[in-house]
Design a protein around this ligand. Structure first.
Ligand code: HEM
Length: 487
């Protein structure tokens, strides 16, 4: 082959590769454009990436690199700032929603949108209910939010937190902080989930299984022996068996007229014998799914947010001091120096509640809420086909500089001036599928911070560790020395 032909060959090869690449990157979008080209649908513009993978990889890349906005910017620059874009994420055609007012509409829907976890997560923590079952389950578990139930558990929370932190401080060796806080939040939450009548051995087994499920959620969904996802699926099965056994035991006890000394979630769910709902009695399978979902959701974020609040305060000594002073004032106001923390004192923690809000705002900087359309769904002039996913992006709401000046900065004092309008702060989401545990979570974190601020400090052994699952971080958990004036 002479030089001329060789050059032609290379040019043709380059053009061929370029054309193949261009087609490959568009073929997914063309497929869905043709499939849903009927006048019945009106789908926003967007980009659906490679077949099978869609935009999932670029979404993960942007979040792993700590710059999720680059993902949004790509859509906004190419398809305008309308706030709704077609995409292909987690193996499904998706509508990405970025504007607060549209996100609100998505989250508030009760009739047409279902929980939209990706399939690999559904297998671990999925809950599939009909709309009626869903309303019923939320009604049954609504006491979880109530003042009455939380005050009933308050002494248990207080005692568990104070004794556990004390124990951590007596350990000479550095501790895996996130893991230990998981354990603490788990101890507290499990009482609320299944009641007081469970022994330590049972708790330990549950903790091992649920930790495996959580680890699976935070790792790649590779279902091969040795991989966390494979172990998580196995653990999910074991958990299901444990919960079913508990349900059977509780039913027997109920038949004998025995009731648990304190309200707990499993008994709330088993009390579904109300005649008004006869057709809607939740099956055992559904109850097990709900218990697994609660087990997953009920302690991990509490532990993570507590750790994050502690680290933020550590990095900002003036806020740490202010929060500590508030706790000292609370202690001084007590009638007796022997009295412990009380439920009413939580309401006096105005600055600590701002620390918690600020931690939640910053920590949810990569949060998205997912929903699946159960039928054709109309929104903002668009008609979205059944089976598509909604991907509601919260991070740009929590990082909106018009609401949160210098949004990346940790500044609890910003909450002195923020007018909390609906939809500007969504760490627990909003609408029918929002978090039922928001009050419990804030209560637990407040108790943890109260004892931490008064008595302990952490020293990070590996400060470069992100302390975000699946990464852990080592700390020395130290008790503050008491000065001569007792402080
Ligand atoms: C700081 C701690 C917590 C945070 C940041 C948090 C946040 C969230 C968020 C964002 C959702 C998703 C809502 C959606 O998809 O729209 C959720 C769901 C949920 N959370 Fe929490 N949560 C926390 C603590 C808790 C606690 C303590 C409980 C236990 C009572 C709990 C139970 C649940 C349950 C059961 C769901 C699923 C609700 C459903 O699908 O209907 N969470 N949480």
């Amino acid at each position: 082959m002479d030089f001329y032909n060789l050059a032609l060959f290379f040019i043709a090869l380059v053009i061929g590769i370029f054309t193949f690449y261009a087609i490959l990157m568009r073929i997914n979008g063309w497929y869905y454009a043709i499939k849903f080209c009927s006048k019945k649908y009106n789908i926003p513009l967007g980009y659906m990436g490679l077949p099978y993978f869609g935009n999932t990889l670029s979404y993960f890349k942007s979040t792993i690199c700590g710059d999720p906005n680059s993902f949004l910017d790509f859509f906004a620059t190419r398809f305008g700032t309308g706030g709704m874009y077609r995409a292909y994420i987690f193996g499904k055609p998706t509508i990405m929603v970025t504007k607060p007012e549209i996100i609100r509409k998505v989250l508030m829907d009760e009739e047409y949108l279902e929980r939209g976890l990706p399939n690999y997560m559904k297998k671990l923590i999925g809950l599939t209910t009909s709309i009626e079952e869903d309303k019923y389950f939320r009604r049954l578990t609504s006491p979880v939010k109530s003042h009455g139930l939380l005050s009933d558990y308050f002494d248990y929370i207080d005692k568990t937190v104070s004794t556990t932190l004390e124990k951590y401080a007596t350990t000479e060796e550095p501790i895996e902080f996130l893991h230990k806080m998981h354990r603490l939040a788990f101890e507290v939450f499990m009482r609320l989930l299944i009641g007081d009548e469970v022994n330590q051995e049972f708790f330990d087994q549950m903790f091992v299984e649920i930790t495996a499920v959580i680890s699976a959620v935070h790792n790649l969904p590779i279902n091969l022996p040795g991989f966390p996802y494979h172990k998580g699926l196995k653990a999910r099965k074991v958990l299901g068996g444990i919960f079913q056994k508990l349900i059977d035991e509780r039913r027997e006890a109920m038949k004998d007229g025995k009731s648990m000394p304190r309200a707990n979630i499993i008994d709330m769910l088993l009390s579904n014998t109300n005649q008004d709902y006869e057709d809607n009695i939740l099956s055992d399978k559904k109850i097990v799914e709900i218990l697994v979902l609660f087990s997953f959701a009920g302690f991990e974020p509490v532990a993570l947010m507590s750790v994050k609040a502690i680290f933020h305060l550590q990095k900002h000594p003036h806020f740490l001091e202010k929060a500590k002073e508030e706790q000292e004032e609370i202690v001084k106001r007590r009638a007796s120096s022997n009295a412990g923390l009380s439920f009413d004192e939580i309401r006096q923690m105005t600055f600590v509640s701002k620390v918690i809000n600020e931690t939640l705002r910053i920590a949810t900087d990569q949060t998205v809420f997912l929903r699946d359309t159960s039928t054709t769904f109309n929104i903002n002039g668009y008609t979205i086909p059944k089976g598509w996913k909604f991907f509601a992006v919260v991070w740009n709401i929590h990082m909106n500089p018009d609401v949160y000046v210098q949004p990346k900065e940790f500044n609890p004092s910003r909450w002195d001036d923020i007018e909390t309008k609906p939809g500007i702060f969504l760490p627990f989401s909003m609408g029918p599928k929002s978090c039922p545990g928001s009050n419990l979570a804030k209560l637990q974190i407040s108790v943890i911070l109260h004892y931490y601020l008064l008595h302990y400090r952490v020293e990070q052994i590996n400060p470069e560790a992100r302390c975000y699952p699946p990464e852990n971080c080592l700390v020395k958990f130290k008790k503050l020395s008491i000065s001569s004036d007792g402080n």
